[in-house]
Design a protein around this ligand. Sequence first.
Ligand code: E4P
Length: 217
Amino acid sequence: MKFFVDTADIESIRELSEFGMVDGVTTNPSIISKSGRHIRDVIEEICSIIKGPVSAEVAATECDTMMAEGRKLAEIASNVVIKLPLTWDGLKACRKLTDEGHMVNVTLCFSANQALLAAKAGASFVSPFIGRLDDINLDGLDLIEEIRTLYDNFQFPTEILAASIRSANHVLHSALIGADVITAPPAVIRQLADHPLTDKGLDQFLADWKKTGHHIV
Ligand code: E4P
């Protein structure tokens, strides 16, 4: 399973990537807006650190303008993935940009039927949003399961990029279901290391070690 980090925070990307925790990065207009920087500068800097797929989202809603914006974003680096919303115009732009050889991530996916369309349009990635479905009392993980079945039934090569991940539980269950990729904020990726018995065990080991009065180096 691949780990993408859902952030424009350069320090977190750098820190996590230094020990193999980042296979790619996703951003969206809200994340870029929070960075206070121009999208071009943010994506350029991320791509100088991460060689895997880096998603940069268009801001247009009409096919031709989406394509123009997508091509512009793709000029930033060869590993830029053009992120397009799951609308009819987004799907049309997906087909055309994919045919031109670009990687496309179709985002804001909330149903298996939408994921089916993204695969038909040739998307490299589809991003089902787990947390936002949970927010309205639906089960986001059920959607991942449906898309996995559907893609496996017809051998669609589109990768399932489980997004809007809010907890370690979302990561675990996306992995168990067979999502190809998860994208999560740095804090959630760090949470995966937490376990109270690890903390308790370490405290005990350190206390016992102190009693020896020894030093390893
Ligand atoms: C995915 O590509 C999105 O950027 C992201 O996962 C959305 O997460 P949110 O619903 O927590 O904003």
